[in-house]
Write a protein that binds this ligand. Sequence first.
Ligand SMILES: [Fe+2]
Ligand SMILES: [Fe+2]
Length: 334
Amino acid sequence: MSLHTDASPGLQAVPAEAESVPDGAQAHFEQLLAEDSRIEPRDWMPEAYRKTLVRQISQHAHSEIIGMQPEANWITRAPSLKRKSILMAKVQDEAGHGLYLYSAAETLGTPREKMTEDLIAGKARYSSIFNYPTLSWADMGAIGWLVDGAAICNQVPLCRASYGPYGRAMVRVCKEESFHQRQGFEILLELANGTGAQRGMAQDAINRWYAPSLMMFGPPDDDSPNSKQSMAWNIKRFSNDELRSRFVGMIVEQVKVLGLTLPDDSIRFNEDKQQWEHGPLDWNEFKEVLAGRGPCNAQRLARRREAHEDGAWVREAAAAYAAKQAAAQKTEVA
Ligand SMILES: [Fe+2]
Ligand SMILES: [Fe+2]
């Protein structure tokens, strides 16, 4: 999921004198951007570009990892073996997305341990959507359809992000996200064609996940100060509102196939702007959740911290094994 856009604090540009810029490096960087080419880890890049990417990619990675929790909550309660194995595969995919993204962020010089420490210390942000509870099985459908759906809208343009390792990670992530979205839609479709109670459960899940999924695109454009710079750097290709409008246009059609409704009477296509419009969103709620005061923030972080502590012996064992291998290799060479 991305999930990063909603969580961007102010750019922390490094003062020019702190950077020693090799001759022609700035011009080369700008030329790569002008040609719409990739910036690779070996290339010189401005510190502000590097910092923005580390923040965005690590927030994205944290979102994938924390995002496993609301769905993992339903693995033991999935209604059939088939649903259980699909959900397990989906949650495992999210773990994989987190790992690709941590690797991409590491190419910018920030170790994964540091990113994990920041997350479990509550210093790093992740998408606010994962701080909402999953109350029924239908939430697995609504998350797949709406949350993974919004993630796809956000992430497809990121496949062309100027930073090579990020763009390439996104290509694979997006392929898996489209499986996630379809599995969610299919869960809802089956519930929508089921008993009255099942239909009601599906509608209730859509009602609860609709607004938070729209807020995944981040604040409105006039309240998103960093977007402009990210677009100038070819990291971001479309504004938050453009992507949100595109997403609304997509789900407004798909919900008809379900025979259910979106909890928003204001959705309409604005012919002049060639854009889908929706009703007001509660941005105060968004800010509260982002600031750590959402319904499940404390629980999500506590669970992540616990998992990290439980995994300490695995990290120690892996390090001991690696040291043993390195020692053996050294003896062999000698
Ligand atoms: Fe994902
Ligand atoms: Fe996903």
